[in-house]
Design a protein around this ligand. Structure first.
Ligand code: PRP
Ligand code: URA
Length: 209
């Protein structure tokens, strides 16, 4: 069974509080999403395999370790997942980036697929699926299903704020996937928005409302 990791680090908690505040503007919102994503990826990559190499220091040879083999892919769920990419790339510049385009139909609340472009060797990498919000879980479940169809097995889901319903849906559909979140909120409202949440993540990132 995949694990649920709630990132209780004080810096993550502090940044999430600023993110939630409705007075926080798009510039700061984008910066915070990047920073939180970077800190979450730091935790989500702690089991990457290492191999020993030898390098020459100014004082002689040193046996030391580097990450082994193909490393990381990140796959943001468009649009809001895009806000998490650069923070993770600043930590792992060699990561490949795929994109999955989904939007939630406002009536049915179900995800509508509109784009999918993945790295050719994604199935050989640890793939981090990125979306700031896990509400009903429909988008994440669909994105993970698309990745699995493509052959990707080593998958982790990173969300900044999750509703209990979304966590439940992902665990039911994809029990093998570890989920990393910075906060688990109370509930969904009638429009399937997370309460208290932070509002519409895409709109706040890109200033579209
Ligand atoms: C938001 C969010 C997730 C999804 C979460 O995207 O970024 O992708 O809703 O909801 P769910 O868990 O109920 O599927 P939205 O559909 O608003 O699209 P956008 O990112 O393009 O604004
Ligand atoms: N999408 C968002 O951006 N926010 C929510 O609370 C739910 C879905």
């Amino acid at each position: 069974m995949g694990e649920l990791h709630v990132m209780d680090h004080p810096l993550v908690q502090h940044k999430v509080s600023v993110l939630r505040n409705k007075e926080t503007g798009s510039k700061q919102f984008r910066e915070l999403v990047e920073e939180i994503a970077m800190l979450m990826a730091y935790d989500a990559t702690r089991d990457l395999p290492l191999e020993e190499i030898e390098v020459e220091t100014p004082l002689g040879p040193a046996k030391t370790k580097v990450v082994a083999g193909k490393k990381l892919a990140v796959v943001p769920i468009l649009r809001a997942g895009l806000g998490m990419v650069d923070g993770i790339l600043s930590l792992v510049p060699s990561a490949k980036v795929g994109h999955i385009g989904l939007y939630r139909d406002p009536e049915t609340k179900l995800p509508v697929e509109y784009y999918c472009k993945l790295p050719l060797d994604a199935e050989q990498r640890l793939t981090l699926v990125l979306d700031p919000m896990l509400a009903t879980g429909g988008s994440a479940v669909d994105a993970i299903s698309q990745l699995k169809k493509y052959g990707v097995e080593n998958l982790k889901l990173l969300n900044i704020i999750a509703a209990p319903e979304g966590i439940e849906a992902v665990r039911k559909a994809h029990p093998d996937v570890d989920i990393y979140v910075a906060a688990v909120d109370e509930r969904l409202n009638d429009h399937a928005y997370i309460v208290p949440g932070l509002g519409d993540a895409g709109d706040r990132l890109f200033g579209t409302k």
